[in-house]
Design a protein. Structure first.
Length: 449
């Protein structure tokens, strides 16, 4: 049963009814019985409709890296909305689409110098997989059709993304998915990695499984490998030291494209514009979304290396290079928001700031180790995750109770994955707010044990 709730007295026919919205990735009835509603945001905080501040320890959903409702971003969106609402991205263009692509490319390492724009991380994942297939086919390697993901990976919810993804609840009800997919093993091993700060020492050898897949399927059938530099949705699992370099070496040896899904790690989360830079590895493609506009307007995209762009864009014949795109690719509001966001990141040195505060963040977050029931703590960049014991009535129930208590009693927004709290605050967080995040989480942990 949903409760009557004064959502907004001007909102429509049934303003007090939460029933109609079929909420994504949410237990609808439990939420509607005890809603966690926010209606305003500024900098590090959300505010409930009653005006109660909620400390945002999740940057919304790993998006609001510059903090919320920053004036330059708000103004850029307002100005763009008044100037030009929409422009078709097929066969026509507008200046900000080119400007933002150049800015994003300039932030990427190596020759990742072209950008295909879309509207979300899911679209970015599917776009990258399609580009990989089309790249090999265009170069005459039409047998290279197999895509390799990784257990516990998350690449959004399109059919491509869930096929290469490795989270069973996201896959099991959705039919046979894409054919010709295989998965690398995940890199988490609690026994060997527990309570690591940053990249764990153990785990690079897990990349060798790719050699095994080459032996099994033959290199001539393999198109691309897609991994997140840090698995976010499955509970924030950083790449082990040396793991991504080894994947790059094996991909190079066999002509397999390497795709980094940087939808979470892009735009400063690990202290660099892209995690590829932190790890000194240049993948063939990087997918991004979220932080590209600090979450203010939906936007995603795929950075591709020069050899990929050149494969499609060979001559000045007026024929379409890639039969793929979205009506809202390079939407003017998204481009305006992104340009303002990228300015803010640069002016405030927010990526470098993460590198500076990472040790402070890690030390503070790891103090939660003293709490009852804690099984592991992981930190990397400005990300923290704490795993704790599940209750007997099922995995995830203790975390759900914790998330409710965090919101209603402690005034903090956290994310859960199974019985893990994952936090990833806006990059503008200050030291006292880091302390506040840890104190509030500590009190929540005390309450749920
Ligand atoms: C690594 C990764 N890839 C893709 C996605 C999907 O992004 P979206 O929800 O914008 O489709 C996410 C979302 O959290 C993600 O974390």
């Amino acid at each position: 049963m949903s409760v009557a709730y004064d959502v907004d007295s001007t909102a429509g026919a049934n303003p007090n009814d939460l029933e109609a919205f079929f909420m994504p990735f949410t237990p609808n009835r439990a939420f509607k019985a005890r809603p966690r509603l926010v209606s305003r945001s500024k900098d590090m905080h959300y505010y409930t409709p009653e005006g109660r501040p909620i400390l945002d320890a999740t940057a919304g959903l790993w998006c609001a890296n510059a903090g919320h409702n920053r004036d330059p971003i708000v103004e850029a969106i307002q100005k763009q909305a008044a100037e030009m609402d929409f422009a078709p991205p097929f066969q026509y263009g507008h200046p900000k689409a080119f400007a933002v692509s150049a800015r994003i490319a300039a932030l990427a390492p190596g020759d990742l110098d072209h950008v295909f724009l879309c509207n979300s991380g899911s679209e970015a994942g599917d776009t990258a997989l399609k580009i990989a297939l089309a790249y090999h086919a265009t170069r005459g390697n039409a047998t290279r059709t197999r895509l390799i993901g990784r257990e516990r990976g998350y690449h959004g919810v399109g059919f491509g993304g869930i096929s290469v993804g490795g989270m069973s609840p996201n896959r099991k009800l959705f039919g046979s998915l894409l054919p010709g997919i295989d998965h690398l093993p995940h890199t988490y091993n609690r026994e060997k990695q527990a309570f690591s700060k940053g990249e764990p020492e153990w785990g690079a050898e897990r990349a060798e499984a790719l050699e095994g897949l080459v032996t099994l399927h033959d290199a001539s059938t393999l198109a691309a490998v897609i991994v997140e530099p840090m698995s976010g949705s499955t509970g924030a699992i950083p790449a082990p030291k040396g793991y991504l370099k080894r994947l790059r070496e094996i991909c190079d040896k066999y002509g397999i494209l390497l795709i980094f899904d940087e939808v979470i790690t892009g735009f400063g989360r690990l202290g660099y514009a892209f995690a590829a830079e932190r790890y000194g590895v240049v993948p063939d493609m990087i997918t991004f979304a979220k932080g590209v506009t600090s979450g203010a307007v939906p936007m995603g995209g795929v950075l591709v290396r020069k050899h990929i762009y050149d494969t499609f864009v060979k001559s000045d014949d007026p024929v379409i290079d890639l039969f793929h795109g979205y009506t809202y690719s390079a939407h003017p509001l998204a481009c305006a928001a992104s340009l303002a966001t990228l300015d803010l990141y640069r002016e405030e040195g927010l990526f470098e700031r993460v590198r500076e505060i990472e040790p402070i963040w890690a030390d503070a977050f790891h103090t939660l180790r003293a709490k009852k029931g804690v099984l592991d703590i992981r930190t990397v960049g400005l990300v923290g995750a704490v795993d704790f014991e599940s209750r007997e009535d099922g995995v995830g129930r203790r975390a759900y109770e914790g998330m409710e208590r965090a919101f209603h009693e402690e005034g903090i927004m956290v994310r859960t994955a199974g019985d893990t709290f994952a936090v990833s605050p806006p990059l503008i967080i200050n030291e006292s707010q880091i302390g506040e995040v840890v104190d509030k989480l500590g009190r929540v942990l005390d309450k749920i044990f």
